[in-house]
Design a protein around this ligand. Structure first.
Ligand SMILES: Nc1ncnc2c1ncn2[C@@H]1O[C@H](COP(=O)(O)OP(=O)(O)OP(=O)(O)O)[C@@H](O)[C@H]1O
Length: 581
């Protein structure tokens, strides 16, 4: 994301590239904050809401380290994402600031859980939590900055992407999901808004097909609804309507639990959007049972999507979670084995004028459109304006994708289902989203993200990008590279996440704190010393401990007699991520 919207020393917005130019550095943080507060106040008055207190608190708390530059995502609920400059690390960061005042205890716990999860995850396709602060009034996540925004804004501006572009994104999202799922973490809110993007800094004349640094990077963000499901199964219905798998919608009706397969369903919705420019499902119908769900693909849109990409989407949008493709298997699909030439000729599948954002609706099996269902659409629980339903498109039912209900006598069922959706929606909102604004409170349109329009065009995303197609050749290498790396430490990190359930396994607490004591901000030497010291202490308590480390990890293998079991047992391998700086 460029710095349009950044405050210049004159107080106006600055559209220059901030990576080389920080005009704001001459201002004190208080001055910056005051200007931003004034600007945001105005903006929010126009939008009809928002709290400037967050900003004031933040500047107070972090004034020695962070210079606030501009809001990335203006506050519409109790959180705000702000671009800032980390003066110590000399880098830009995204500060996600959450106002504590409006949170219930359960919601505070969820914030801490999000932190707990994020700090234990380390993967190139997962946003990196660089630091976390808690003050009396707010929580602050310091995140690596995804300068080019998220996929929602990209698709909204450019429409559909080419298959070559989508598979680069798809491979990375799948790698991120594979990493999460191997550790029994379910994201539960995969959608375009929650995939951050960063275009390569240099695309000229490079032949960097094996240099992954030069790929468009995508990373999963927003772990606010994520959970560590120790048993691999979860029971709380949550997510964003329109991306929620059938089984999660059935919780409390026909189902009582679900698995990480829900992320793959949402991933299928995401891919569909990227390939066609429109979401696959209207949100007003809840199927009556799992067996009733049939996903149909409108031929006029779907025929333009290459077969391998179709297969990828369809394997995710399998209504049966038991047979739905997994993230690991997804990476073996033919789509990722295609050669360079095949993708290079993929122009017909690029952004298309005839597919407009908004070409989507829901229909019952008899072909009737379900009138008024848009009232039931939640779209994005984040409150961002979603693809609107195009009335011209509505009249052309044959062109739409849909979730259909098999049993054709469904007019009554549609009514019931819509009522259920109301119930499901309000239940989900009250359970999971009650700190978020209701749809009525949300503005129908939200400002486009700062600095997007020209950037996406400049990057050539309206056209098939030859250089991306060329890079696509190496996608199998990329997948192989990260797949191999992840296999090694999956079990270790999975166990690390056990610290979230310490109450159930108190005998592990002592040595798990070993890792907690390795402060990320400490130098490697300091960490090594701490590790040594703690290892000695824990050995007295737990038996044998082997420690090992490399540049990025401290690995501790503990063998313990566990005090409660007769036989000594190896309980785990613990991995602590070292800071990369
Ligand atoms: N690290 C980041 N770099 C750049 N932009 C980010 C980053 N993190 C979040 N954003 C932007 O801010 C938006 C909101 O972030 P996030 O979803 O984490 O917050 P949230 O409070 O859970 O929001 P919501 O209530 O809308 O889901 C994202 O969709 C993205 O556009």
């Amino acid at each position: 994301m460029s710095q349009s919207g950044a405050i210049s020393s004159s107080g106006s917005t600055d559209s220059s590239d901030s990576s080389s130019n920080f005009p704001n550095l001459n201002l004190t943080v208080a001055e910056l904050a005051a200007r931003e507060v004034a600007r945001l106040s105005k903006q929010r008055t126009q939008k009809g809401g928002g709290s400037t207190a967050i900003f004031l608190q933040l500047s107070d708390m972090l004034k020695h380290r962070y210079k606030l530059i501009s809001p990335i995502r203006p506050s519409m609920s109790n959180s705000e994402v702000i671009l800032a400059y980390d003066q110590i690390l000399d880098t830009q960061v995204a500060l996600k600031v959450i106002n504590k005042a409006s949170l219930t205890d359960a919601e505070k716990w969820r914030v801490l859980r999000e932190t707990g999860l994020l700090k234990k995850l380390s993967h190139p396709n997962i946003i990196k939590l660089q630091d976390f602060h808690e003050t009396e009034t707010c929580y602050v996540f310091v995140l690596e900055y995804m300068k080019d925004g998220d996929l929602f804004d990209l698709v909204k501006e450019t429409g559909a992407l080419t298959s070559a572009q989508v598979r680069i994104i798809a491979a990375q999202v799948a790698l991120g999901l594979r990493y999460l799922h191997a550790r029994r973490v379910i994201h539960r809110d995969i959608k375009p808004e929650n995939i951050g993007i960063r275009f390569p800094t240099s695309m000229e004349g490079d032949d960097t097909s094996d240099n992954y640094e030069h790929w468009t990077e995508v990373k999963l963000i927003d772990f606010g609804l994520s959970t560590y499901a120790k048993s691999g199964r979860a029971t709380t219905p949550c997510g964003t309507l329109g991306y929620m798998a059938p089984e999660i919608l059935f919780i409390g009706l026909h189902e009582c639990e679900y698995t990480s397969a829900v992320d793959m369903w949402a991933f299928g919705c995401l891919l569909y959007i990227l390939l066609t420019g429109a979401p696959p499902f209207e949100l007003g119908i809840v199927p009556q049972s799992k067996l009733d769900v049939v996903v149909s693909y409108p031929p006029s849109i779907w025929s333009k999507v290459p077969a391998n990409a179709q297969q990828a989407v369809e394997s995710c949008l399998n209504p049966n979670p038991e047979t739905r493709i997994t993230a690991a298997k997804f990476l073996d699909l033919a789509w990722f084995q295609e050669d360079d030439e095949a993708e290079g000729e993929d122009e017909s599948t690029g952004p298309r004028d005839d597919v407009t954002v908004g070409d989507i609706e829901c229909e019952s099996n008899d072909g009737d459109t379900s009138e008024g269902t848009s009232d039931n659409c939640t779209g994005s629980c984040s409150g961002r304006s979603y693809f609107s339903v195009d009335s011209r498109a509505q009249s052309d039912a044959a062109e739409k994708s849909s979730v259909q209900i098999k049993d054709s006598a469904q007019k009554a069922a549609v009514g019931i289902a819509n009522k259920r959706m109301d119930t499901a929606e309000s239940r989900m909102k009250s359970h999971m989203f009650h700190n978020r604004p209701s749809d009525e409170d949300l503005p129908s349109e939200v400002d486009p993200p700062i600095g997007h329009s020209s950037k996406h065009k400049a990057k050539g995303l309206h056209q098939p990008v030859p250089v991306e197609a060329r890079r696509a050749k190496s996608i199998a290498d990329l997948i192989a590279k990260y797949k191999d790396e992840q296999e090694d430490d999956a079990a270790a990190t999975e166990f690390d996440l056990e610290s979230l359930t310490l109450d159930r396994e108190p005998h592990l607490e002592g040595w798990l704190r070993l890792s907690d004591l390795l402060r990320p901000s400490a130098s490697k030497d300091k960490q090594d010393k701490e590790l040594e010291l703690q290892t000695e202490r824990k050995q007295e308590m737990f038996g044998s401990i082997e420690g090992d480390s490399d540049d990025r990890h401290v690995i501790v293998r503990v063998t313990t007699d566990d005090r409660s079991s007769a036989e000594p047992a190896e309980v785990a391998v613990n991995v602590v991520n070292r800071p990369l700086f």
